[in-house]
Design a protein around this ligand. Structure first.
Ligand code: FAD
Ligand code: EPU
Length: 344
């Protein structure tokens, strides 16, 4: 059994916001067997538990009086192949971008637009990660997850995951009930590339790449991301703090009348998606800083920790931003980041 157990330890190095809270216990799970044993052991003590991959989509608000399990379930292998597709199975503790690079090296398409998204493979289905016109669900085949209560492994198909915009069954009815242990993707040998996001086209031209390929798109996405988003190694952050809200066409028409320059796109089910970053910038938050909590200078949707902000500092700033957006536009914005704490 591979359990590296630590007690009363700071989680600062385990979350990309760099929030310095303590966990009562921290353990690493390197195999399904060690994970199952750990879950059974924790169950017998009736303490809470939290799974962490890269910690790139959490805001830790308080010391955690329970177990934090770091996911280290590794391995990438091809499980089957046809003339057009390859099914690839990855351990949930693999770094997501390593899996992307693995597919780029083999010229397998589907996830190149999702290059450089931080975090683990196992967290990718939780919010159906997305970027530059593509979502995980477009290449997702199935996953295996260990039920926390029983230690049994269940398989979830694409349909069973009920993927939506930054959403899945694991954020709703199955929240906190499973540990995702592996993910199977269906990658394409002759992919149709998605260059709908304008900046990809201009970046490809800039790089002198006039022939589309898995690698060219991945390189373009990496360059765009590096130019736009803050690197957590330099400034603590968890990517977009809020989701882009989706509202009905009727509600949108009312808001749009007063704000005809509002940035918006077609959303799911006939709804309209509004760029939350645009609204936050219009409210004057872009570049704002209070203590060590701030709103990023280049991307207003990203909240940042300049060093010693607490989870509460970031949370309080987020709530101020949320209410000013509501006051100015009448639109509710909701956090994308998972808020972990006692009084959220
Ligand atoms: P963690 O933060 O460790 O966990 C997130 C949540 O999932 C937690 O609630 C955790 O308990 C749960 N969880 C984690 N692993 C498991 C598991 N194996 N089983 C069950 N539950 C689990 N996201 C996008 O969609 N698109 C982007 O373009 C994007 N850009 C980003 C850019 C930056 C700079 C940063 C910092 C973040 C960005 N994100 C983006 C958010 C983040 O990268 C993703 O949400 C990612 O999937 C989180 O992975 P993680 O392993 O770090 O998850
Ligand atoms: N905008 C502003 N001011 C800002 C930021 C954005 O006006 O400060 C406007 C711009 O007009 C821009 C539009 O908002 O055209 C959209 O901005 P951008 O293309 O940067 O995308 P986003 O909506 O801010 C979303 C995802 C990102 C993903 C990018 C690229 C969400 C919540 N965020 O950001 O995902 O990488 O698109 O596809 O959907 C994440 O989830 O953590 C994340 C970074």
């Amino acid at each position: 059994m591979h359990l590296h157990l630590k007690n009363n330890i700071s989680l600062k190095d385990y979350n990309t916001f760099g929030i310095d809270v303590k966990a009562m216990h921290l353990a690493e799970a390197e195999s399904e067997e060690s994970l199952r044993n750990l879950l059974l052991q924790i169950k017998s003590t009736q303490t809470p538990l939290m799974i962490l991959g890269g910690g790139s989509n959490v805001l830790l608000m308080d010391d955690y009086s329970g177990w934090v399990i770091l996911n280290k379930l590794k391995g990438i292998r091809i499980v089957s192949e046809t003339d057009d597709t390859v099914l690839v199975k990855a351990g949930s503790g693999e770094v997501w971008h390593h899996l992307v690079l693995w597919s780029v090296e083999r010229n397998l398409g589907g996830i190149e637009n999702l290059s450089l998204i931080p975090g683990s493979v196992g967290a990718a289905p939780i919010q159906n990660i997305g970027a530059y016109g593509v979502e995980l669900k477009n290449s997702f085949h199935s996953l295996e997850a260990m039920e926390i209560a029983s230690g049994n492994i269940h398989t979830f198909t694409n349909e069973a995951c009920k993927f939506g915009y930054r959403n899945s069954v694991f954020k709703n009815e199955h929240k906190g009930k499973y540990v995702i242990t592996s993910v199977v993707l269906e990658l394409k040998k002759n992919p149709l590339f998605n260059t709908t996001y304008g900046a990809i086209q201009s970046e490809l031209q800039k790089q002198g790449n006039n022939k589309l390929s898995v690698k060219a798109i991945s390189d373009a996405v990496i360059a765009i991301r590096r130019s736009k988003l803050p690197d957590p190694a330099q400034i603590g952050n968890a990517g977009s703090f809020f989701k882009n809200p989706e509202i009905s066409k009727e509600a949108f028409e009312t808001v749009f009348k007063n704000h005809p320059e509002m940035v918006h796109y077609p959303g799911a089910d006939g709804k309209i998606k509004i760029a939350a970053g645009w609204m936050i910038e219009q409210c004057g938050w872009k570049g704002y800083r209070k203590g060590d909590a701030g709103c990023h200078v280049n991307q207003a949707l990203v909240l940042v920790n300049y060093g010693n902000a607490t989870g509460r500092d970031i949370y309080n700033l987020a709530m101020e931003i949320k209410s000013s957006v509501k006051n100015k536009f009448g639109v509710e914005i909701e956090p994308e980041v998972n808020l972990i704490g006692t009084a959220t």
